[in-house]
Every structure is written in structure tokens, then in C-alpha cells.
Design a protein around this ligand. Structure first.
Ligand code: PAF
Length: 301
């Protein structure tokens, strides 16, 4: 693995690789790597000749200053994790080269805060969109910049940020870059909690409670066999909101669900009836507050 700090150095490395006919995979991350990220990198290593992993906490996608400040930054540990993964998968990996791109904010945005704004229509008008104004535009700006610098054939994103994948799909249609979007399944802890960099901020007590989110979603998937969409939605929200009334939760902890929507897996438009999602399938997307940490998760129906 080679660490690259400069945009120009990254571009010249990928230009050479392109001239040699190599396939390039990009794994955009904000660092604070966990097994979920490593699964994306591992897949990219198997499917490409050169893999670029970007580690960059993108300030323009945070609409909450405190969230940006609190975002974990563990770059040395991240680089060690990538090196260990590279050694582990060496025999199976197709990729001969792994670049960890770790730019500063000035390197990424040399002309100051970017002015461009992206709109994605209906896919951003639901769930995270109205609750985090400007977030997806900020994601699109950095992802497009990474596409321009790394010129990948494939880009790998985790399905935990399910709406982000729909937004990137829309971005690729807008900018017409011939990049294959590769959505990758959520990686979970043994107790079912979806891995997330934000989990680091949970207190031990909250961490113990958090798997109830996935457990509730799994039960919802079973209910979907015989219940209406609205009933499943209501049940999920009620079950989590009243969790502390029926369980022994330490320190007055409780779940505060922000939303749970059941949507078409591609258009992300909420459905009222399971038949409406016949073509693409339905996905349940949830955001829940626990102990001051906002957790998101999904379930496929
Ligand atoms: O999913 C993330 O970690 C970020 O939104 C991304 C795609 C790396 C852009 O900053």
C-alpha cells in the first residue's frame, strides 16, 4: 500500500495505470475504518488491478458542525488496517497496487468551498434528504472530485447508506461517467448491529441496546409476509419508541426513532402496498437516536 497526499500524484498514478490497460477500483471513505469498509476494499482488490481507497472527512457534507467535529479521525490505525488486509488477501487479490489517498481539505478543495450544487429530484426528497439539507449535494461534490482524480472503472459503496447509493446512481446518470456502481451488503457485528464509524461514540450501555434496531427490522421482515405496509411501519416505530418501557434499559436510555420508511428499492419512493415495489423490491430504512448518536440501518423485504 502506498499513501498519497496530493491530488496530482494520484492522477498521474492512475493515468499510468489506465495507459497500461489496468482496471481501477475506487473505495471512497471518510476513514475510521471498520470491517464494513474492509469488505469493500477486499472486494475491490479482487475485481480490479489498482485500488484507490480515499480517506477524507468531507466537511461540506456535514450540515451539523458538531457532527463534523465529533467525527472520528483515526488515520494511522486506518492505514495499518488497510496494510493488514492487503497482506491477508494477497493470494486471492487481483489488484497489484493499492493506493490510500489521504488529502487535506485544501488539497481537495484548492479554490475554497466548492460552489456547485447538485439536485437529485425525488430520491433526495425523502428520508435523509429533508432532514440533512445540503448533505447529498456535498457527498456528490466530493464523489465527483474523487471520480475525476481516480478515474475508476468501478466504485464501491456500502448499502448501510442506502439512500446515498441511489443518489450516486443518479449522479452517474447526470454526469454520464462510465463507472460501474457496486453496492455492497452491510457488514454486521455478531449481535446484528450494522457496523458504522458512529458506533464508536456509543457508551457501553447504549452499545448493548443498539442491536435491538436490527432485531426489530428482522422481525418486521417476517411480519411483511402477512401484514400491510402501514402496519409494519407503525409496529417498528412503536416497538423502538417503547423499548425502554418493556426492557430494563440502564441510565434512562431509550430509542428515539426519527423515521422508518418502506420504499421502492430503486426509486426510494414510499410505498403503501407491497405490490407497488414488485419490480425492484422494497426496503425499509430507519434512522434512530440512541444516547445522542444517530444510527441508520436497512432491511430488505
Ligand atoms: O459514505 C461515506 O463515507 C461518505 O459519504 C463518502 C461516500 C466517502 C463521501 O464523503
Amino acid at each position: 500500500m502506498k499513501q498519497i497526499l496530493k491530488a496530482a500524484e494520484l492522477t498521474s498514478a492512475v493515468n499510468i495505470a489506465r495507459q497500461e490497460g489496468k482496471q481501477i477500483g475506487l473505495v471512497p471513505t471518510m476513514g475510521a475504518l471498520h470491517e464494513g469498509h474492509l469488505s469493500l476494499i477486499e472486494r475491490a482488490l479482487k475485481e480490479n488491478d489498482l485500488v484507490v481507497v480515499s480517506l477524507f472527512v468531507n466537511p461540506i457534507q456535514f450540515n451539523n458542525k458538531e457532527d463534523l467535529e465529533k467525527y472520528p479521525r483515526t488515520i494511522e490505525k486506518d492505514l495499518e488496517l488497510i496494510k493488514s488486509l492487503e497482506l491477508k488477501v494477497k493470494s486471492e487479490a487481483k489488484a497489484k497496487e493499492l493506493l490510500a489517498f489521504t488529502p487535506t481539505v485544501d488539497e481537495m478543495y484548492p479554490d475554497g468551498e466548492p460552489k456547485e450544487v447538485y439536485h437529485f429530484g425525488p430520491v433526495e426528497e425523502v428520508m435523509e434528504g429533508p432532514r440533512r439539507p445540503g448533505h447529498f449535494s456535498g457527498v456528490a461534490v466530493v464523489v465527483r472530485r474523487l471520480f475525476d482524480l481516480a478515474q475508476p472503472h468501478r466504485a464501491y459503496f456500502g448499502e448501510k447508506d442506502y439512500q446515498q447509493i441511489a443518489v450516486i446512481r443518479n449522479l452517474l446518470e447526470q454526469i454520464k461517467y462510465p463507472i460501474e456502481l457496486v453496492p455492497c451488503p452491510i457488514v454486521r457485528a455478531d449481535d446484528g448491529l450494522a457496523l458504522s464509524s458512529r458506533n464508536m461514540r456509543l457508551s457501553p450501555e447504549a452499545r448493548q441496546m443498539a442491536p435491538a434496531i436490527n432485531a426489530t427490522l428482522e422481525q418486521a421482515a417476517e411480519m411483511a409476509e402477512y401484514e400491510e405496509v402501514d402496519d409494519v411501519k407503525e409496529w417498528v416505530l412503536d416497538t423502538l419508541a417503547s423499548y425502554h418501557e418493556v426492557n430494563d434499559c440502564p441510565n434512562g436510555l431509550c430509542f428515539e426513532p426519527e423515521y422508518f420508511e418502506i420504499v421502492d428499492a430503486i426509486t426510494l419512493q414510499p410505498i403503501d402496498d407491497w405490490d407497488e415495489a414488485e419490480e425492484h423490491g422494497a426496503v425499509g430504512c430507519i434512522a434512530v437516536w440512541l444516547d445522542g448518536v444517530r444510527l441508520i440501518d436497512i432491511v430488505k423485504f
